[in-house]
Design a binder for this molecule. Structure first.
Ligand code: THU
Length: 138
C-alpha cells in the first residue's frame, strides 16, 4: 500500500498541470485503486465555466475509464500558486462521484495543506445520509 505522504506528493505533482486561466486556484488529486494503481488529476477550467472539472473528478474519470472499479483513498491538495493555502475540501459534485464508486464506510479522503500536514476523513463523514447506486435498483 502506498504511503499517505507519497499519495500527497503525487497530488502536488498533478497540481502542477492544473489548467486554471479563470480562477487561478490550482488543485491536484491522487486516487489509489484497490488493485494498487494510482490515478492523478488536476482541475481543468473552461471559458464557459460550467464544463470545469475538479481534480478529484479528473482522477476518478481517468481511473474508471482505465478499468479501475474499486478504490481505497484519495489525496487532495489545492491552493493559489505561491500561497500556502489551507485544506481543500472536495466540492459536493465530487463527493457524489466518490459515492458512486466507493464504500462510504471505508473510503478515505486525505486533505493535505503540506507534504506532511494532512487530515483524513471517511467519505461517510463528508457526505452523510447520501443517495447512491443501491437506491436505484429496479
Ligand atoms: N476545485 C477542485 O478542483 N477541487 C475542489 O475540491 C474544489 C474546487 C477547482 C474547481 C475550479 O477549477 C477551482 O478549483 C475553483 O473552484
Amino acid at each position: 500500500m502506498t504511503e499517505v505522504t507519497e499519495l500527497i506528493r503525487l497530488a502536488y505533482e498533478a497540481q502542477k498541470r492544473a489548467y486554471t486561466p479563470y480562477s487561478g486556484f490550482q488543485t491536484g488529486a491522487a486516487l489509489e485503486a484497490a488493485d494498487g494503481r494510482i490515478f492523478t488529476g488536476c482541475n481543468i477550467e473552461n471559458a464557459a465555466y460550467t464544463p470545469t472539472n475538479c481534480a478529484e473528478r479528473t482522477a476518478f474519470f481517468k481511473a474508471v475509464s482505465e478499468g479501475a472499479s474499486s478504490f481505497k483513498r484519495i489525496a487532495v491538495v489545492g491552493n493559489y500558486p505561491g500561497k500556502k493555502g489551507d485544506y481543500c475540501a472536495p466540492c459536493g459534485v465530487c463527493r457524489q462521484v466518490m459515492r458512486e464508486f466507493c464504500d462510504p464506510e471505508s473510503f478515505q479522503v486525505i486533505l493535505a495543506r503540506g507534504p506532511e500536514d494532512y487530515k483524513i476523513f471517511l467519505l461517510k463523514e463528508l457526505l452523510p445520509e447520501s443517495f447512491g447506486p443501491a437506491d436505484l435498483k429496479l
